[in-house]
Ligand binder design. Structure first.
Ligand code: ADE
Ligand code: ZN
Length: 338
């Protein structure tokens, strides 16, 4: 298969994205537009200067820039515009289902209400369904560098919107903030019948993945690439068919792997793990989901079967109902068979 026919095969694949921070989809152009609309001064002279600043050495060096960028988001319409811009972009990449992380504390700590954030996002997701036939779920993430009490307070603010939220997650600075810190708040989320997920094994050790499984009862691990350091853990993940939401371009941008050729995605699949491909923070890491698929396919020489498996995994790992999952798998089978 030539490179261009593989590219068009990837483009046409019906896809799901399960690891996407909506604040990480803020493109510099929209950042400037929102800054102007809200009378906020951004510490960059131009779009080009913003893009030049996106040179990261590790997770923290990225998070510092990411939290700075999010300061332009103030009004409900800003959250709508942010989410709808992402939705439009991925609709052109044949994405059929999205599960979106949002970080309420990044906004509530600046005086923006929880309601403002979630109502703006929700309106965009409703329009995604009605205008573009893209289904979605929202995942509320707690910032792990903040306290467990602050996370609990955030969960309490979310209770009136329980029906709009599928799951809670854990993101931000991983090292030094193990899943165990959030056991109580995740217990409370589980008692509200929310699913749970957590970033673990991105920069942190396999032990953080064990903790996410044992203490937070997660349905998926976000990243999880360091699991291969622990064969017992691999065996448990495989037996439970516990999905990993892998983000190849992000991992290279943040120095988890030196190059894409060094990425362990193929080993994860070969180990029988339910790995999926996602973009994480596409505006900052140089690619949306399709660019992630194209780049990692080329770097690792993935076959059409690998690509099929990755997409199928993402439908099966989603929080969609069994019926909708089966419909999407059928769409995928029709595509690859046709
Ligand atoms: N928040 C946004 N992107 C993140 C990532 N890759 N890891 C942890 N927290 C994040
Ligand atoms: Zn992430």
């Amino acid at each position: 298969m030539t490179e261009s026919s593989m590219g068009s095969f990837i483009h046409g694949l019906p896809k799901a994205e399960l690891h996407l921070h909506i604040e990480g989809s803020l493109e510099p152009e929209l950042m400037f537009e929102l800054a102007k609309r809200n009378g906020i001064v951004v510490p960059y002279a131009s779009v080009e200067e913003v893009r030049r600043a996106y040179e990261f050495t590790d997770l923290q060096s990225f998070l510092d820039v990411y939290y700075e960028g999010a300061k332009v988001l103030l009004e409900e319409q800003d959250f709508y515009d942010l989410a709808f811009a992402y939705i439009k972009k991925v609709s052109e990449q044949n994405v059929r289902h999205i599960e979106i992380f949002f970080d309420p504390q990044t906004h509530t700590d600046r005086g923006v209400s929880f309601e403002t954030v979630i109502i703006g996002l929700r309106r965009a997701l409703d329009d995604a369904q009605s205008q573009l036939d893209i289904s979605s779920n929202l995942i509320l993430c707690f910032l792990r560098h903040l306290s467990a009490d602050a996370a609990m307070e955030t969960l309490e603010r979310a209770v009136p919107f329980r029906d709009w939220i599928a799951a809670v997650g854990l993101d931000s600075s991983e090292l030094g903030h193990p899943p165990s810190k959030f056991e109580r708040v995740f217990d409370k989320a589980l008692s509200l019948n929310l699913k749970t997920v957590a970033h673990a094994g991105e920069e942190g050790p396999p032990d953080y993945i064990w903790q996410a499984l044992d203490l937070l009862d997660v349905s998926r691990i976000d990243h999880g690439v360091r699991c291969l350091e622990d064969p017992d853990l691999v065996e448990v993940l495989r037996k439970k068919h516990l999905p990993l939401t892998v983000c190849p371009l992000s991992n290279v941008k943040l120095g988890v792997f030196k190059t894409l050729e060094d990425h362990n995605l193929k080993e994860l699949l070969d180990a029988g793990l339910c790995a999926t491909v996602n973009s994480d923070d596409p505006a900052y890491f140089g690619g949306y989901i399709e660019e992630n698929f194209v780049a990692v396919q080329r770097a690792l020489g993935l076959t059409r079967h690998h690509l099929y498996q990755l997409v199928r995994n993402s439908f099966e790992a989603s929080f969609l109902s069994g019926e909708h999952q089966s419909e999407l798998v059928r769409e995928l089978d029709d595509y690859v068979g046709g």
